[in-house]
Structures are given as C-alpha cells and as structure tokens.
Design a protein around this ligand. Structure first.
Ligand SMILES: [Zn+2]
Length: 347
C-alpha cells in the first residue's frame, strides 16, 4: 500500500478546489476569481530558507475560510483529491488556526469572546471536517485518518485549553495529536510548557503523538522531542547530523515522516549540508541505513506544487529502499488503527 502519512489540510487546497468552492458559495475575494493570479499566489516557485514565503501561500488558501460550511466543502475536495494519489492517508488539521481564520475573515474580535465560545466555533469546524472525511472515504473507498495539530506558536492559552476540551470529546474520530509550525527567533522549534501540559492531558484519550522537529532546527530539537515519547516525528531529517540521535530513533522505534519536496523547497541550505555530510546522499536513505523507520508524506502539496505520486517517484530517485519504505508505512498504519472492538458475547 502507498500511504501518505504526513499531509496538512490547509496545504491540500488546490487552486481548482478553491476556485470551484468560491464559485459555489459566492466568495468575493478577487484572488478567488482569477485562476492565474490564484496559482501565482498559492504555489511556491523556488526553494527558499525563508519560511514566510510558504506561510504567505497558506494565508492565500485561508482566504476561503469564511464560513464553517465552506471549510467543509474545501475539506471534502481536499480529502477526495488526496484519495486519487494514494491507497490511504492521514490528514493533519490545525483546528485552532483554522477557527481563528474563519472568525477573522468574518471580522469577529474572537479575543473579546469567551474561550468556550471560541471552542464551540472550533467544534463546528471539526464536525464539518469529519463529515467531509466520512463522505469522501465512503465515496472513494480510501481509508482516511484525521490528526489534530497544535501550533507551537502558542498563544491565547485559555482558548487553546477550551479547544482541547472539545477535541477530547471527539477523540474517537481522530488518530492522534501533532505539534507543528515554526517560530522566529533563536529556537525555531520550541515546546512551550503550556502546550506540553495540554498534550499530556489529551494523550489520555489520544495517545499517538507526532511532533514536527529536526526540520528548521537541528538534531537537538529531535533529542528533546524524544523525551515526550512520540510515536513519530514530522521530518526529523536533521537527525542525520548525529549518530547518537539516529541510534536513539532506531532503538525506540520512532517513525520519521520524510517529505522530500517540502525539504527541497523549505530548507534548501540545511538539506545541502546534510547531503554534504553524507557523501551527497539524501537523508532518507541515510535514515533507512541507520535502521530508523521512515515513511513518506506530501506535507503541503498545493503550495509545494507536488502530490503523493511525485513524492513516491522522488524517493525512488533519491536512492530510498522502496520495499522498506512500504513496510515501514504498513507498520505505522497498523499503529494508527483504532483498537479492535471486542465481539459481543452471544449468550
Ligand atoms: Zn508538516
């Protein structure tokens, strides 16, 4: 099975989907009327170490987040389009930032409202996304998982806590938790203590944790993330800076979710130095050779101008062991399935 195990909803809104939904719901923003202008604003054209260029593309997709039902329509198209590229996938959903985007597009001063009012808005969006997933999965027959993402650019703690309490009520529809995003400053991949406290609480009902690490920051970021005992790490390619880190990952059986196109576009300088360190080899085969479980993801295919099939071909061209990649994806997929329900006693 070819499984896309690292993909974000906000980065999965194609120009075609945004235009179609804008037409269907009468969205007025000028960028959502003009196909050529939308594609120029939505898709990265060249590699850059400046992540703000990537975030600008995500902001363009968020222009369409004007009402919960519009987010639902976009989510449905994103799930259905992803199903065309692979045999199964997991989609990450940044519920807090999506909720904030909808309210800000409606010019609502959400900070003037209560955390629970914000969280109920978040619940409305989550239900739209889950219904879109269920519909796309039923229509395509492709299994689809949804993981809840929390931004490490942590703000508005009471609002985040309220969203977490809502998420807990829907835990059975989700596969786990993710920490994502980078921040400016010396530490680009921090783990704020308030966020860790929220994650600790939620792991009682959603134990599977993935954390973006070792992408914009070095192997130290991976080392400290391992203390949280995550099941997987998003990217983590900078682990190849250290034999110790590689050994830890292999020994603990932690999976690295490698996204080749994403790394090529967003961390070109780091990628070049990682390759130089390993005789020109890409981190993916280096990880595999070190005995680290590695799976493949498309990350944000719309702004990155990629899809999962291209990522698969790219991994082969980079010298990855494709049979091993498939076996590691199957192993991780099995970890993500909900525990089987016991058969009902017959007597
Ligand atoms: Zn990611």
């Amino acid at each position: 099975m070819r499984l896309d195990l690292h993909r974000h909803l906000e980065g999965s809104h194609s120009a075609a989907a945004l235009l179609a939904v804008a037409r269907e719901y009468g969205l007025q923003h000028p960028l959502l009327q003009d196909e050529a202008a939308l594609r120029r604003a939505l898709v990265l054209t060249e590699p850059s170490d400046d992540a703000s260029k990537f975030y600008a593309c995500i902001q363009v997709a968020r222009l369409a987040y004007v009402r919960p039902e519009v987010v639902g329509a976009l989510a449905y198209r994103a799930f259905a389009e992803a199903a065309l590229e692979c045999d199964g996938f997991e989609m990450r959903v940044s519920l807090f930032s999506m909720t904030r985007a909808v309210l800000e597009n409606q010019r609502v001063d959400w900070r003037a409202g209560t955390p629970m009012a914000f969280a109920e808005q978040a619940r409305g969006l989550l239900l739209q996304v889950l219904a879109a997933r269920d519909r796309a999965a039923a229509e395509t027959g492709t299994p689809m998982l949804v993981r809840l993402g929390f931004s490490r650019a942590f703000e508005a703690e009471p609002y985040q806590r309220a969203v977490a309490s809502v998420v807990a009520e829907h835990a059975r529809a989700l596969s786990g938790l993710d920490v994502l995003g980078i921040v400016k400053g010396e530490d680009t991949e921090p783990l704020p203590s308030a966020l860790l406290s929220i994650l600790r609480g939620l792991r009682g009902v959603l134990p599977d944790l993935t954390v973006h690490a070792g992408e914009f920051a070095g192997r130290v970021s991976v080392d400290r993330t391992l203390q949280l005992e995550p099941q997987a790490i998003g990217h983590g390619v900078r682990s190849v800076e250290s034999p110790d880190t590689l050994e830890q990952l292999a020994r603990r059986g932690v999976t690295l979710e490698v996204c080749p196109c994403s790394n090529h576009l967003l961390i070109p300088s780091s990628l070049a130095s990682l390759k130089a360190r390993h005789g020109g080899r890409h981190p993916l085969p280096v990880l595999q050779q070190a005995g680290v479980h590695a799976v493949l993801g498309s990350d944000d295919p719309a702004p990155m101008g990629t899809d999962f099939r291209s990522e698969w071909a790219r991994a082969g061209a980079l010298g990855a062991d494709m049979a091993r990649l498939e076996a590691d994806a199957a192993r991780r997929w099995a970890q993500l399935q909900p525990p089987g329900t016991r058969p009902r006693p017959t007597a």
